[in-house]
Write a protein that binds this ligand. Structure first.
Ligand code: TXA
Ligand code: MG
Length: 322
C-alpha cells in the first residue's frame, strides 16, 4: 500500500479514507495517533495489525465533544463533568464504563473504554468532519517510542497505513494522563502533563493506581536500540561513563546541555526546560542508533513524567544507594 502524505488542507480526503474503513495517522497535541472509525470492527483490526499491538491492550477513543463522550459511556460519575470542563480538550484520557456503541475489539474483554478530547486543530477538524469516534492509539510500532513527528510515523508505518497527516512536531511530546473514572475517586493509570495534584485541586481527591493495573504495563515501552541506563546524579553519570569506556564501549549520554570535557561518542541534548525535555524525549530515544553507540547513559531530569518514561525505556535504573 502506498501511504499518502497529507497536510491540514486535506481534511476531506482523510475523512473519506476513515469512512471507507482505512486507517490514518494524524497529530494530536500529545503524540501522533493512528486512527480508525471506532464503530468499524474491521478498521479497528487494521490498527492492531499495523502496530503489532497485542489484542489485550485496549485502544483509546478520540471524540470531538463532551456530548459524544457521554454517548459512548454509561454511569459517568459527577466529578467527570468537572474534570472535562477543566481539562478537556487536553492531554487527559478518561476510562469510563462502556456503553457498547464502539466495535467490541476497541477494548477487548474490558467493560470500560478510554475516551479523550484532543486539543489540536487537525485532530479536531478530522473528528468534526467525520462526526465519528476514532479509535486512536499512538502511531508507533508497539514497544517503540510514541511518534512526535510525521517522520517518526513514516519510519514505523509507511506502506502499512492509508495516509499520514503531517502537522509538524507535537507540542506536549508525551502521551496523555490516563485516569480510571469508574470508582468514587479518580485513579491515575498513566502519568502525564496533568498531574495528581492538578486533579485533586479540582475534585478534591485522586489516587495513583498500583503500578500493575494498567493493561499496557505488561509490555515493554519506548525501547531504544541499545541498552539505556538511567542514573540519579551527575557524579554517577561521570563514573558510569568511565566504567563503560574501560569496557571499550561506545558510550552515548542523554544530558540537558553539552558537557565540556566529557569525551563520549554521542551527546543527546534534551534541553534545560521541563517542557522542552518532554517535547524532545522521544526524538532523542529514536535518534539512538546501534551503529553509533553500544550503550546510552541518561542523566536525571527534574520533570516527573520525563523520569517516568525514561524509567520505562531504561534497561537498568541505577538508584542512589547503588
Ligand atoms: O496522548 C495519548 O493518549 C495518545 C494520543 C494519540 O491520543 N494516545 C496514546 O494511545 O498514547 P496508546 O494506545 O498508546 O495509550 C493508551 C493507553 C494504553 O496504555 C491503554 O492500555 C490505556 O490507555 N487504555 C485504553 N483503554 C483503556 C481502558 N479501557 N482501561 C484501562 N486502560 C486503557
Ligand atoms: Mg502507545
Amino acid at each position: 500500500m502506498e501511504t499518502k502524505i497529507l497536510d491540514q488542507n486535506n481534511i476531506e480526503i482523510v475523512g473519506q479514507l476513515l469512512r471507507n474503513g482505512e486507517i490514518v495517522a494524524f497529530p494530536t497535541e500529545t503524540v501522533y495517533g493512528l486512527a480508525a472509525n471506532a464503530i468499524d470492527e474491521a478498521a479497528v483490526t487494521k490498527v492492531f495489525a499495523a502496530k503489532d499491538r497485542p489484542q489485550d491492550n485496549p485502544l483509546n477513543v478520540l471524540v470531538e465533544t463532551k456530548d459524544m463522550m457521554k454517548q459512548l459511556t454509561v454511569d459517568i460519575p459527577d466529578y467527570v463533568d468537572v474534570l472535562v470542563d477543566t481539562f478537556s480538550p487536553g492531554p487527559i484520557t478518561y476510562v469510563l464504563k462502556n456503553a457498547g456503541k464502539v466495535a467490541p475489539n476497541v477494548s477487548g474483554d474490558l467493560t470500560t473504554i478510554g475516551v479523550r478530547i484532543p486539543d489540536h486543530p487537525i485532530a479536531l477538524s478530522i473528528l468534526k468532519y467525520t462526526g465519528l469516534p476514532l479509535a486512536a492509539p499512538s502511531a508507533n510500532k508497539s514497544g517503540r517510542p510514541s511518534p512526535t513527528t510525521a517522520q517518526h510515523v513514516i519510519h514505523d508505518l509507511s506502506g502499512e497505513i492509508a495516509a499520514i497527516v503531517d502537522g509538524g512536531k507535537t507540542n506536549v511530546g508525551l502521551e496523555s494522563t490516563v485516569i480510571d473514572c469508574t470508582g468514587e475517586i479518580p485513579m491515575i493509570l498513566r502519568t502525564g502533563l496533568i498531574t495528581k495534584e492538578d486533579i485533586t485541586e479540582v475534585v478534591g481527591a485522586c489516587d495513583m493506581a498500583p503500578s500493575l493495573e494498567m493493561p499496557s504495563n505488561k509490555y515493554k515501552h519506548y525501547t531504544p536500540e541499545v541498552p539505556l541506563i538511567l542514573v540519579q546524579s551527575e557524579t554517577q553519570l561521570i563514573e558510569l561513563v568511565e566504567e563503560e569506556k574501560r569496557k571499550n564501549k561506545r558510550v552515548g549520554v542523554i544530558v540537558p546541555e553539552a558537557v565540556q570535557d566529557m569525551h563520549v561518542q554521542k551527546m543527546y541534548i534534551l534541553g534545560k526546560e521541563e517542557t522542552e525535555n518532554a517535547r524532545n524525549l522521544y526524538d532523542v530515544l529514536r535518534a539512538i542508533q546501534k551503529t553509533e553507540v553500544d550503550v546510552v547513559i541518561s542523566a536525571p531530569f527534574k520533570s516527573k513524567i520525563v523520569m517516568n518514561r525514561l524509567e520505562q525505556a531504561a534497561s537498568k535504573v541505577v538508584h542512589k544507594a547503588d
